[in-house]
Design a protein around this ligand. Structure first.
Ligand SMILES: [Zn+2]
Ligand SMILES: [Zn+2]
Length: 267
């Protein structure tokens, strides 16, 4: 009886090992760099605690909470972001990093939280949202994002593929390389049931350009609530299709992700 138990254990170890060898065809994100809780004011009632529990269940060790900044209706207030320095840094074994998804306000690239608040956040995403920024010409939309990159606390350009805001890809990607920013591959824009689909050609050409120019990218689930945390299957498929180099995907290397943020803040 004891012998057969041992054989069974060896068999299970062999099956797991074989499965990993045959089916583990790529890297996996160790951090989700773009999520929202109830504090963002829409699409979810989940709190940080529920998000951390979910991350823990799916085995994600690092979770970034990046609430919408105050210019968006119903979003978190300035005092909310100011107080994040006192929030728990770890829950249920998950490291928590608090940032912000800033709204780019104008073509000058001004954003809706002052540096005296953003300097204490883990990092910031800068995004165009039509509730705050009226879509303009391709050049003006691009300039807004490029100018926002000059803010030392802005590290990620969020969902630049939004079909509402045509963006000039070469100017964006070259500015990201020069200014030390990362371009986001937003899984909500790739998923067939996502809320920002329809710009696949732009995404394809832009990330090919990131690959050619050696520009870092981040995978962001943009999960509002726990449901889609680290739901990157579509991103993995896409990166595989374009043979994107693993070393440029910062979610695979959280230490490198934070090292690049520190470099950007020093610039
Ligand atoms: Zn957004
Ligand atoms: Zn978002």
């Amino acid at each position: 009886m004891l012998f057969s138990k041992k054989i069974f254990k060896i068999f299970v170890i062999f099956v797991v090992f074989y499965h990993k060898m045959v089916y583990n065809d790529g890297m996996e994100a160790l951090i989700d760099t773009h999520t929202h809780t109830i504090a963002s004011g829409h699409h979810t009632e989940d709190t940080v605690v529920q998000m951390a529990i979910r991350a823990s269940i799916i085995g994600l060790k690092n979770l970034c909470v990046t609430e919408h900044a105050p210019a968006m209706t119903g979003a978190a207030s300035e005092s909310y972001f100011r107080n994040l320095k006192f929030a728990d840094k770890k829950k249920f074994g998950v490291n928590l990093f608090y940032g912000a998804e800033l709204n780019v306000l104008n073509v000058k690239g001004q954003v809706d939280l002052d540096r005296d608040i953003t300097k204490d956040l883990a990092f910031c995403i800068a995004s165009l949202h039509k509730q705050v920024f009226r879509p303009r010409t391709e050049r003006e939309n691009t300039l807004a994002l490029v100018n926002a990159m000059d803010n030392p606390d802005v590290f990620i350009i969020g969902h630049p593929e939004d079909p509402e805001f045509p963006v000039e890809r070469t100017m964006l990607v070259e500015a990201a390389r020069e200014k030390g920013c990362a371009i986001e591959l937003n899984s909500a824009s790739l998923s067939p049931d996502g809320h920002r689909t329809g710009n696949f050609d732009w995404i394809f050409k832009t990330f090919i350009l990131c690959k050619r120019k050696g520009v870092y990218i981040t995978l962001g689930s943009d999960s509002h609530g726990r449901g889609r945390i680290a739901d990157f299957d579509e991103c993995y498929k896409f990166l595989d299709e374009i043979d994107f180099p693993d070393e440029l995907v910062l979610n695979y290397y959280p230490e490198k992700f934070f090292q690049k943020i520190a470099e950007k803040k020093r610039k």
